[in-house]
Design a protein around this ligand. Structure first.
Ligand SMILES: Cc1cc2nc3c(=O)[nH]c(=O)nc-3n(C[C@H](O)[C@H](O)[C@H](O)COP(=O)(O)OP(=O)(O)OC[C@H]3O[C@@H](n4cnc5c(N)ncnc54)[C@H](O)[C@@H]3O)c2cc1C
Length: 460
């Protein structure tokens, strides 16, 4: 597509995760003439969950960041790190400087169980635990009590598998990754020896994927335990490969090892109990009821109590509302039609969304590329139609003056590259991919910016 307008097309993207980068990539590909994309992130660092979600022992997955850096090297791209939409920047500001805005803020919160005792000490959201071990700067001082022996993990997705693996991996493995140093220290002292992964539904309905499940069987010093009454035996009809793996573990339990990951199914938590801290979880025991092909769970009326010292709730991520932007509380997403933000049910001129905040927390990183392609398609179609109003005729630099005037300390692409190169060089000295800076102060200092006093107060 050729943009003939001498002013070009100016797009602001809120959120520098995979979805935000895929929007920029797609715009650069589709628009052959003048287009510019400014990506904002509340953190001084880009890449969203690729930096603070993807497990540290999966460096190959993180290598997708090279694709993002290629996009960032395009002269039409600018990074505005350390700028939070809704705090430092409003929708009205964006309307003044950009033709269109794309919200790509992901899903920043956890879905709650909604049961008594959920907030007892010793019970944590996987969202927080994952962010902590990945060095997210909101969490460096969080304490997770790993002094007990048994952890219960609620949820049957890949995030649960990541957490089970991190709690059970040997330190020689984790020590060679970019895991946060504070997490490495805490895991070194961890007394956790058994992780029980509990799912509400059966093994056939579990959301985790086969490679992630298979990997657990290869962890040094870890025995994977499954039970034939839950998963069946290897000679049973075999509908999927995850089930095949679980059946093998059930049929050939192998010898005891220092650590154990146990899979339990058809258990719905109804209460977390303990005198002042988590001691046990009470579950409804379920059965599967088939409605044609679809299976749903039904409580059998029986209960089971599983003692535990640590509880990690991992039943999904959830979007959080952005000030002044429509939000559907029931789905935790921005209401949209193929990426066009809906205000009172109608497409809002020049407002779009993509990624997890558009379609919910599911799919792999690459799913966000397809999602961004759809959103960019809608944006460009609207641009051609003349649907959105052009912003005031301000130079591209005017946005920098806005932040200067407000005393907002921006980390730009050059600042991020300084952080990146510092972390990598610390990593090289320790035979690790990088040693992450886990505090705002350290990140800003390495970026070469001096935080404005008032802005620093707003930075958590
Ligand atoms: C624990 C975990 C492990 C995963 N592992 C894998 C894996 O191994 N392989 C795989 O393919 N996928 C994996 N995923 C999925 C993958 O990370 C997501 O598909 C992807 O990150 C979603 O991209 P996003 O850009 O929509 O959201 P995010 O990655 O969350 O990015 C959103 C960005 O928006 C920023 N932001 C939020 N609010 C604001 C605001 N108000 N102002 C400015 N910026 C804001 C955030 O700081 C963040 O940088 C994993 C996910 C999790 C949670």
């Amino acid at each position: 597509m050729v943009v003939t307008d001498s002013d070009g097309l100016r797009v602001a993207v809120i959120g520098a995760g995979p979805s935000g980068f895929y929007v920029a990539e797609q715009l650069f590909k589709e628009v052959t003439a003048s287009v510019s994309v400014d990506i904002y992130d509340r953190l001084p660092t880009p890449w969203g969950l690729v930096r603070s979600g993807v497990a540290p022992d999966h460096p190959a997955i993180k290598s997708v960041s090279r694709v993002f850096e290629k996009t960032a090297a395009d002269p039409r791209f600018r990074f505005y790190g350390n700028v939070e939409f809704g705090v430092d920047l409003t929708r009205a500001d964006l309307a003044l400087h950009y033709d269109a805005v794309v919200y790509a803020v992901g899903a920043q919160a956890d879905r709650r169980l909604g049961i008594p005792g959920e907030d007892l000490p010793g019970s944590y959201a996987a969202v927080d635990f994952v962010a902590w071990y990945n060095g997210h700067p909101d969490h460096p001082d969080r304490q997770f009590d790993l002094s007990g022996k048994r952890a219960v993990l609620i949820g049957n997705g890949n995030v649960s598998i990541d957490v089970a693996r991190i709690l059970s991996s040997d330190l020689a493995t984790l020590g060679g990754t970019d895991i946060a140093d504070h997490a490495l220290t805490a895991l070194r002292d961890s007394a956790i020896r058994q992780v029980v992964v509990c799912g509400r539904r059966g093994p056939e309905q579990a959301a985790f994927t086969t490679p992630e499940l298979r990997e657990l069987g290869g962890l040094p010093g870890v025995r994977v335990v499954a039970h034939q009454q839950d998963v069946g035996s290897p000679t049973d009809e075999n509908p999927n490969s995850s089930l095949e793996i679980l059946r093998r573990h059930a049929a050939e339990p192998g010898e005891a090892r220092p650590r154990e990951i146990e899979f339990r199914f058809l258990l719905s938590p109804v209460e977390v109990r303990g005198a002042g801290r988590v001691e046990e979880v009470v579950f409804d025991v379920n059965e599967l009821v088939y409605d044609g092909e679809a299976a749903r769970v039904k409580p059998t009326g029986k209960r089971e109590v599983v003692p535990c010292d640590l509880l990690i709730r991992s039943i999904g991520y959830r979007g959080v509302p952005l000030p002044g932007v429509p939000f559907d509380e029931s789905t935790g997403r921005i209401p949209n039609d193929a990426g066009r933000v809906l205000r009172s049910g109608r497409p809002a001129a020049g407002e779009y969304c993509t990624g997890w905040v558009k379609r919910g927390p599911s799919g792999v990183i690459g799913t966000n590329r397809k999602c961004a392609t759809e959103t960019v398609g809608a944006l460009l179609a609207d641009y051609v139609e003349g649907v959105f109003a052009r912003p005031a005729n301000l130079p591209r630099e005017a946005v920098d003056e806005l932040f200067d005037g407000r005393g907002i300390t921006v980390v730009d692409q050059a600042g991020w590259l300084r952080i990146d190169s510092h972390e990598r060089s610390l990593g090289a000295q320790a035979s690790r991919p990088r040693v992450k800076l886990c505090r705002y102060e350290g990140l800003l200092a390495q970026a070469g910016v001096v935080p404005d006093v008032n802005h620093a107060k707003r930075i958590r």
